[in-house]
Design a protein around this ligand. Structure first.
Ligand code: MLT
Ligand code: ZN
Length: 452
């Protein structure tokens, strides 16, 4: 193995002095995730500018036997993009090339470090849109989003990140560049390496460019914030809203989360009356969907109260009650953060059982729930339980498994959930994943300790 100083010198020769960070102050922003739950000291941070430099960096690290942690916008929530200690942190932030929109194919090729917000602006300027959206849009990068198969608020309509992915360019642990960016609609030529990388969490290869499907830009939108008695009523409303062809999002939060968000973002109560649960519905189309959304609400007995906005400012105002949850929780403390999903028929029972399940292992902790209603995807955030983080995770994830759910709906496994992977995947599946991992990264240098 090469010494630290020797490897840093090789890396400087590849990316230039200014882009190898060894000083602890310069490394610090890359070494801790933004929830402050995961942190570790990297050997150095290296910031290549293109695929060739990424390949050279990986070749140098492989020759030195030094593990590598790839990182995009550092918005991940399971510790998959921060070092455990001693790795080279490979930041993709300088890979920012964004090709012109291919209007005939309705696709675009973007380098890994392009932020979601920039991609959205680029697509919209060409009359298209991108099918994935999430609150961290200003910092989250497309490479990280593919690597984690990010979900977000539009999965209901367009699917997760893998559903947008038509091609990828990536670098294997030994520096081999694997590129398949044709984006062909039909391409039955063997193993789908592109899709294998979606959700691989940086353990199989480092994504450097991705080819992404675009969707039509829908200019007319209407958002409803609806107060309902509880989870069953929220599901009844979802059932009614599903009949709308224009339905684009269906999100859920509860009274406790609303209190926290209102305090943090200084928002007025949305209704005179308080409700047990709240649903955000968004409809989008070429023509104004407001009337059909209003009709659906009027016909649904589960609706306690509702407010609807069609203009951009009004829509953002209603979305803020939902989208500010992550930041409000983060401002209140370091949460134990879990991201689960269950079949919709199990959702109400899970929501009912969670607070007491948490209380048994972390008395007095505050459980805040919100999520993506359509997918039965609940973000379980527990405040005041840092000391009992493992016991809380264990209790919640076992409960989720009892309800036939997944221990990770959209955030991935990362470092956070490795011990619980067998709750969602069989021993045979995990063994097959390990075989794939050792075929592509035999020395185990890419993101060790993540996922497997
Ligand atoms: C969300 O939907 O709010 C995101 O997944 C972020 C989070 O869970 O904190
Ligand atoms: Zn989410």
């Amino acid at each position: 193995m090469t010494g630290g100083a020797e490897l840093a010198a090789v890396l400087r020769g590849i990316v230039g002095d200014a882009h190898v960070l060894v000083d602890p102050d310069l490394r610090a922003p890359y070494e801790t995730d933004w929830t402050r739950r995961f942190t570790g000291a990297a050997r150095c941070v290296v910031r290549p500018a293109g695929t060739g430099e990424v390949a050279a960096v990986l070749r140098a690290c492989a020759a030195a036997g030094v593990p590598v942690v790839p990182q995009g916008g550092n918005t991940g929530l399971v510790g998959g993009g921060v070092p455990a200690g001693g790795e080279v942190l490979l930041s993709l932030a300088r890979l920012t090339a964004l090709d012109p929109v291919d209007a005939v194919e309705a696709q675009v090729t973007a380098a890994a470090g392009v932020t979601l917000e920039r991609l959205q602006e680029h697509a919209r300027a060409a009359g298209f849109d991108f099918g994935v959206d999430l609150a961290a849009r200003s910092a989250a990068t497309v490479g990280g989003m593919v690597a984690t198969n990010a979900g977000g608020i539009r999965v209901l309509r367009y699917g997760s990140m893998r559903a947008q992915l038509t091609g990828a360019e990536a670098v294997l642990a030994d520096g081999t560049v694997v590129s398949h960016l044709t984006g062909l609609a039909k391409d039955n030529t063997g193993y789908d390496l592109t899709q294998l990388l979606a959700g691989s969490e940086g353990t199989l290869a480092v994504l450097t460019r991705v080819r992404l499907r675009l969707v039509p830009l829908l200019p007319a939108r209407a958002v409803a914030l609806v107060g309902v008695a509880g989870t069953d009523e929220a599901l009844a409303l979802l059932g009614a809203a599903r009949r709308l062809e224009t339905l684009a999002a269906a999100e859920l939060f509860f009274a406790g989360g609303l209190e926290l968000v209102r305090g943090y973002a200084k928002l007025q109560p949305p209704f005179r009356e308080a409700f047990g649960a709240y649903v955000v519905l968004e409809c989008a189309g070429q023509a104004d969907p407001t009337d059909e959304l209003l009709e659906a609400l009027a016909d649904c007995a589960a609706v306690g109260d509702a407010t609807v906005a069609s203009d951009a400012a009004g829509r953002s105002r209603l979305w803020a009650y939902r989208e500010a949850h992550t930041e409000a929780v983060n401002a209140a403390g370091v949460p134990v953060k879990l991201d689960v999903c269950v079949p919709l028929r199990e959702l109400a029972a899970l929501v009912a059982a969670l607070p007491s399940t948490v209380d048994k292992v972390a008395a007095g902790a505050q459980t805040v729930l919100w999520g993506h209603l359509n997918e039965g995807n609940l973000h379980v955030n527990v405040l005041g339980a840092q000391q009992q983080a493992e016991a809380v995770s264990d209790a919640v994830l076992r409960l989720v498994a009892e309800h036939r759910g997944s221990i990770s709906s959209e955030h991935g496994v990362g470092r956070a959930k490795v011990p619980w992977l067998p709750l969602s995947r069989s021993a045979e599946e995990i063994a097959a994943m390990r075989r794939i991992k050792s075929a592509l990264d035999p020395a185990g240098l890419l993101n060790p300790g993540v996922l497997l």
